[in-house]
Design a protein. Structure first.
Lengths: 349, 275
């Protein structure tokens, strides 16, 4: 009796450790199916959450957004353990960059404004971190890339892929660094040149992360796809600022920054919806997601996967698990067999 | 890692006036101001102080009271701290925080080892622990006599014979490092808990001694900080974010970051550099 109790306890412990991890579920199903002697094909059907994102296999549709905690293999591992289906690194360029002086982050009533200034160790140094991270990660690693010219984007992307990146995400949308980011993404001709250059330099999927600070994000997305983009990430932060009234000074050292968090969710959702109507490649929704319902909204708007960043501050790295669990329960409740079935569903009504 | 919601409420930007400035040593000044949210801070927590148009820096909280008064001790080390030292009573500063975890309040025989400005959070902790501890020994380390911090104040928290000063040049108290004196204390006497804050090489040595003696230890670490809410990754050590999972780490956690503790940190562009 005692032994049995202990065994149960151990089992529960183990289950909690990897709760709602699809791997566990498949395993559980496998045990069940072997007992029932049903064909193993069914296992795939039970896995509602796995997706194929432009050739990358993700165990679930949640991803770490770029710019958040993306320096070291230990932090990548920590986020993957928290349940993320893929990791996007901080944006990395050709040369090391120190970023701006503090304050680099300030809080508004329903979001954060940041102007980090793309701090990164440069691709030479970061390549080591990529290859070491690949050894410990069991989910795809996507390296975010920025540059000050099309050739620079291509060089960095090539080095990232050589180091082991599963895909690259082009940052053509950072709202607070001159001559890169959104200054590239806002000009379709330059954007096309960047995407073409990178596409010819690497064999892996190329994602393009877009800025909402344009007249028509759908047209920008179309330009990126025409140039060869394999997927579109939407959106980056919305250009914003904050001023201190007592001292009459802008709070951020760079004055301008990018707004993230719940404040931009409706904007991001609208962007994804518009892009879905224009392009055929997968869309990765990003902007203010804090719970499974937000994530589901993005999927229904047309996103194949979602990225999460700011909410980690309030909910911690384990929130990926909570969101995955929520989506899974939603799919089950609604009778869907796969998360793919709800992508873009809101367009059909 | 904890799933519990972070009190991000504390991250709201506030502005306040400097109420008092006290010179503690040739390089250290204590700034006092009013802020109700920071006044609720526990020993070990830190705040982000904005010097308008200059910089924003993380500072350990030195003391608080129930009227909402908060103080921080600032050592002149660079441009931002120099600018803060030039401020006068009545000038505006910005605040967010308190952030991070805090020291666990232990009872019994307590040893605290502080080096330089690292004495600030320990002084706050000593104030809280003093009424409960059966014995409180404080080792206060500094380069020279004039740099020994808070000696008058610390006398109130422990017996005079248990307030031990060490100086690198021997101008006062024990000649040598705080870690050396604490090692000799621990060979003679058993303690229930050790708290340390100061230069990381010192923390590493104290940690090694504590491990050998089998005494539980907590140390407060320092890293480059930007967001202070666990997002930007500037302050990572091993798998931990100092701003969010720390700044206070226990023996188990310190053991996990042994390749970095007292050896390396991350600079502004995220590269690992020697300490």
């Amino acid at each position: 009796m005692e032994q049995k109790k202990q065994k149960q306890k151990l089992k529960r412990k183990r289950r909690n450790k990897i709760s709602h991890n699809t791997a566990y579920k498949t395993k559980l199903y496998l045990t069940k199916t072997t007992i029932l002697k049903t064909p193993a094909v069914k296992i795939l059907k039970e896995n509602r959450l796995g997706i194929n994102l432009a050739g990358l296999k993700l165990p679930n549709p949640t991803m770490l957004a770029s710019g958040i905690l993306g320096y070291t293999k230990e932090t990548f591992k920590n986020i993957a353990d928290g349940g993320a289906g893929a990791i996007v690194t901080k944006s990395v360029g050709l040369k090391p960059r120190s970023g701006y002086a503090n304050p680099t982050v300030t809080q508004t009533s329903c979001g954060l404004i940041n102007a980090m200034g793309l701090p990164n160790p440069g691709i030479e140094e970061f390549a080591k971190e990529i290859s070491e991270a690949k050894r410990v990660l069991n989910v795809p690693l996507i390296v975010s890339v920025y540059g000050f010219a099309a050739e620079e984007y291509a060089t960095v992307a090539k080095k990232a892929v050589t180091a082991g990146a599963d895909a690259v995400e082009l940052n053509v949308s950072c709202p607070h660094v001159k001559e890169t980011g959104s200054e590239i993404g806002q000009k379709p001709e330059i954007l096309k040149e960047v995407v073409k250059n990178v596409k010819s330099a690497v064999q892996k999927p190329v994602f393009v992360k877009l800025s909402p600070n344009v007249t028509s994000i759908a047209e920008t997305a179309e330009a990126a796809v025409n140039a060869g983009a394999d997927a579109i990430t939407a959106i980056n932060t919305v250009k914003a600022m904050a001023i201190d009234t007592e001292t009459a000074k802008p709070i951020l050292s760079n004055k301008m920054g990018g707004l993230s968090g719940p404040a931009i969710k409706p904007i991001a959702l609208r962007c994804v919806y518009e892009i879905y109507e224009k392009v055929k490649v997968p869309i990765i929704g990003c902007g203010g997601i804090t719970n499974w319902r937000d994530a589901a909204e993005f999927l229904l708007a047309g996103a194949s996967a979602v990225q999460i960043g700011t909410a980690i501050a309030t909910k911690g790295p384990n929130m990926f698990k909570a969101i995955t669990r929520g989506i899974d329960a939603y799919l089950k409740r609604k009778g869907f067999r796969s998360v793919n079935e709800i992508v873009g569903l809101s367009h059909k009504s | 890692m904890r799933l519990s919601a972070y009190r991000i409420k504390a991250n709201r930007h506030r502005i306040t006036k400097i109420l008092d400035i006290k010179t503690e040593s040739p390089t250290v000044k204590t700034f006092t101001f009013k802020d109700k949210i920071c006044a609720k801070a526990k020993p070990g927590q830190f705040l982000m102080l904005w010097i308008p148009s200059v910089d924003e820096i993380p500072l350990s909280i030195l003391d608080t009271d129930e009227k909402g008064i908060v103080s921080v001790a600032v050592k002149k080390v660079g441009e931002a701290t120099q600018a803060l030292h030039n401020k006068k009573v009545g000038d505006f500063i910005g605040l967010r925080g308190p952030f991070g975890n805090s020291f666990t309040l232990r009872e019994g025989k307590i040893l605290m080892v502080g080096g330089g400005i690292g004495m600030a959070p320990l002084s706050f902790l000593a104030k809280k622990l003093a009424p409960k501890a059966s014995k409180l020994t404080l080792v206060v380390g500094a380069k020279a006599r004039e740099e020994l911090l808070f000696m008058e104040k610390l006398k109130k928290f422990c017996k005079e014979e248990n307030l031990l000063a060490t100086t690198d040049d021997g101008s006062y108290g024990f000649k040598g490092l705080a870690s050396e004196l604490s090692e000799s204390i621990l060979t003679k006497e058993k303690y229930d808990a050790i708290y340390a804050c100061g230069p990381e090489q010192m923390i590493r040595k104290v940690f090694e001694t504590a491990e050998k003696a089998g005494i539980s230890m907590e140390a407060s670490l320092e890293r480059l900080m930007r967001c202070a809410i666990g997002l930007c990754g500037s302050c990572v050590i091993g798998k931990y974010r100092v701003c969010r999972d720390g700044p206070v780490f226990d023996g188990n956690q310190l053991r996990k970051v042994k390749d970095e503790l007292g050896i390396s940190k991350r600079d502004f562009n995220g590269r690992r550099i020697p300490l």
